[in-house]
Design a binder for this molecule. Structure first.
Ligand code: C2O
Ligand code: CU
Length: 696
């Protein structure tokens, strides 16, 4: 969203330009000659003009954003910044400009005759007139405070206390400034011309002020770092963390009585499928010859593909051989009972080297899912602790001849990372007979949305995040944008010629990470020409859905995503925030079993946020105010791009305490993680440096 950026950039530019303009303006009176005075006045005007232009651009961007995206996208900036920018700008217009005219007429007359003459005291006094300098300097202060607001305050709803505080700082700065300028003007009148003694005194005063500011900042820094530190032991769902949102919570007095540890899958019964996954350090060699240490399940990268049938009782034994920090397994997208969810410090303790943990659940949703460690997840997923889990439908109408799971994953190399399609970093092939059905299950295990180019065949997106779409139509030359953590199932009937999947357009090369499916193991697909982007909001046809336009919701929560500078766990960072906060201050969304919950996601930051709610599937109702018109769109990981807003809904039908976080795991690792908590439940597990648990 271009206007978000323009709005942001123009604020910074305004501070720079108004700073230069103020400097120019205040230095006119110090000029040695009338000619110099004249030229300084001219450059002041040029900078004032540029500043006015930038301010207009900023105002336009703000208005456009509010009109097209919504007030919520600009609320904080508009309310806090505009008074500090518009009032001084108006003062420039009413005071500085007329004052400048007086300066100019004086200078002109003198400069025309004798440009080399030193200015008279009267000329200097006119040029130092508070009426002229004060509004310009005030512009700079307003712009500077606006920049500070932009970098440090991202709260929603609007933090009234902070609004008043920033205005108070502005007003105080204005008073000090006015006094300073007046005093300077009087001194000039008394002394004739600025003397070294006066300049030195000013220098000392400025040094003093800077020192005080530096001290205040240092104290703020230390206090901020200290208070952001996650305590040694912290219950993720305890009273001491989070800000419970919702009114019923306050009413439901008494402490929660049920432990999430009790919310297990069936403890008895013989599993239909059982697996053992051993997490261990594994040296792997990519086909390109590159050698790396990976952390794998069973020595495989990605981990073994788990295939089960819908309705199966699944048992997975996790063994940690030698992953020092401990491991868990989260079943991403499968709405398992809470205690089987695999979040370290919330639903279990991390499984340390030599330990094991058994997960049991009934796989009652067919579809494509994945599993990954939810201990140190940003690091461990990158290192390889993930794999795909496929739940085949109980009665498959037609088993595809080729049914292939393809994971997209970022792989560390000496020079950064490469993204691979599947486990290989080069072209791989699969065979399919012409006329047979093919199903490709794409899983994005990366942190960023991935583009997929499919060429050589018309195809359908049959399912999103494991949920089938209603009457998916044929797509040709459409690029798929797959959310981080999300899944698309693509189906087609195998043609006579080769079909290709690549991460970028362009011809298929043997050393490119791409997938080619052909009848004979030979031939290359045509270059992908993906001019349009697949849009799930208008794909397929409307079908039966849980939520419609008439649904009445029991709760409505708004999550505003933004970015700012700040602390996470004692470290200063560029943090990604939910309603301006990071864990453990991030909101706790309270629900009661059986309630219908609506959530509004608003992204007014600059990065994509693939939001993932554990334990539930959400139905996407609308994007940017436009209702979904195609098939019901059910997801567990929804990418919210900068400038976008979504309305989604879910039924609170899976009790426990659930993570609701950004699946750009690097964002989660700096605090972009909130929780949905059912009333009456607590977690006996804890996180913090006094425990082994590091969920992110
Ligand atoms: Cu796939 Cu909480 O994560
Ligand atoms: Cu994010």
């Amino acid at each position: 969203m271009i206007w978000l950026f323009v709005q942001f950039a123009s604020t910074i530019l305004l501070a720079v330009v108004s700073g230069i303009a103020a400097l120019c303006a205040s230095r006119i009176c110090l000029a040695k000659t009338m000619g110099k005075m004249h030229s300084r006045l001219r450059s002041s005007f040029i900078w004032i003009g540029i500043g006015a232009l930038v301010l207009l651009v900023k105002l336009a961007a703000t208005v456009l954003l509010a009109a097209t995206a919504g007030w919520i996208f600009v609320e904080d900036k508009a309310v806090m910044q505009l008074p500090m920018l518009v009032i001084p700008a108006a003062a420039v217009l009413w005071c500085s400009i007329p004052a400048a005219k007086a300066i100019r007429s004086g200078i002109r007359a003198a400069a025309a005759g004798a440009p080399k003459e030193p200015p008279s005291l009267q000329d200097r006094l006119t040029a130092a007139a508070p009426r002229w300098v004060f509004p310009l300097k005030l512009c700079f202060i307003g712009a500077l405070l606006s920049v500070i607001q932009q970098f440090f305050i991202a709260e929603w709803p609007l933090p009234i206390g902070k609004v008043l505080a920033i205005w108070a700082v502005f007003a105080a700065a204005a008073c000090l400034l006015w006094r300073g300028i007046r005093r300077r003007h009087r001194r000039l009148a008394d002394n004739g011309s600025p003397k070294w003694g006066i300049l030195a005194a000013r220098l000392y005063r400025r040094a003093g002020v800077s020192l005080v500011i530096a001290l205040v900042l240092a104290v703020w820094f230390m206090l901020g770092a200290q208070s952001s530190r996650v305590p040694d032991r912290l219950s993720m769902a305890g009273e001491e963390h989070g800000h419970p949102h919702g009114h019923v919570h306050e009413a439901a007095a008494g402490s929660p009585s049920a432990s999430v540890a009790e919310l297990t899958g069936p403890q008895s019964g013989t599993p239909n499928r059982s697996f053992v996954l051993e997490a261990k350090k594994t040296p792997v060699t990519l086909p390109s010859g590159e050698k790396k240490e990976a952390w794998t399940f069973n020595g495989q990268l990605p981990g073994p593909e788990l295939r089960v049938k819908q309705g199966d009782l699944v048992e997975v034994t996790l063994i940690n051989k030698d992953i020092d920090a401990g491991v868990t397994i989260h079943w991403h997208g499968i709405d398992v009972p809470n205690a089987e969810d695999g979040v370290a410090g919330l639903t279990q303790d991390a499984v340390m080297p030599g330990q094991r943990h058994v997960y049991r659940f009934v796989a009652d949703q067919a579809g494509t899912y994945w599993y990954h460690s939810h201990q140190q997840s940003s690091r461990q997923v990158r290192m390889g602790l993930y794999g795909v889990i496929i739940v085949e439908p109980a009665e498959a109408p037609e088993q595809p001849a080729v049914d292939l799971a393809v994971m997209l994953h970022e792989w560390p190399t000496e020079n950064g990372t490469t993204v691979t399609l599947g486990s290989l970093d080069r072209l791989q092939r699969a065979k399919a007979k012409p006329g047979t059905p093919v199903r490709l299950r794409f899983v994005n295990a990366e942190n960023l949305p991935a583009s997929l180019y499919i060429s050589g065949v018309p195809f359908q997106v049959a399912a999103i995040d494991g949920a089938d779409l209603h009457e998916p139509g044929d797509l040709t030359d459409a690029r798929l944008e797959l959310a981080a953590g999300g899944r698309y199932d693509v189906t087609f009937v195998m043609p006579e010629t080769a079909v290709g999947v690549a991460l970028c357009g362009g011809p298929f090369e043997p050393d490119e990470s791409a997938l080619v499916i052909s009848p004979t193991d030979e031939g290359l697909p045509p270059e992908a020409a993906a001019d349009s982007v697949f849009d799930p909001a208008s794909y397929g046809t409307p079908g039966e859905a849980k939520f419609g336009p008439d649904t009445r919701y029991d709760r409505h929560y708004t999550l505003v995503f933004d970015n700012r500078l700040g602390f996470y766990n004692g470290k200063f960072n560029f943090v990604q925030t939910i309603n301006g906060r990071v864990f453990p201050d991030a909101p706790m969304f309270m629900v009661r079993e059986g309630e219908l919950v609506k959530m509004t996601f608003v992204n007014r930051g600059f990065e994509d946020h693939p939001m993932h709610l554990h334990g539930h599937h959400i139905q996407v109702l609308s994007r940017n105010g436009k209702p979904v018109t195609g098939s019901p769109w059910i997801a567990d990981t929804l990418n919210v791009a900068p400038g976008e807003w979504y309305e989604v809904a879910f039924k609170a039908d899976n009790p426990g305490i659930w993570m609701d976080h950004c699946h750009n795991l690097d964002h989660a690792a700096v605090g972009m993680s909130a929780h949905v908590a059912y009333e009456g439940y607590y977690s006996p597990y804890e996180i913090g440096s006094g425990t082994v648990n590091l969920p992110e």
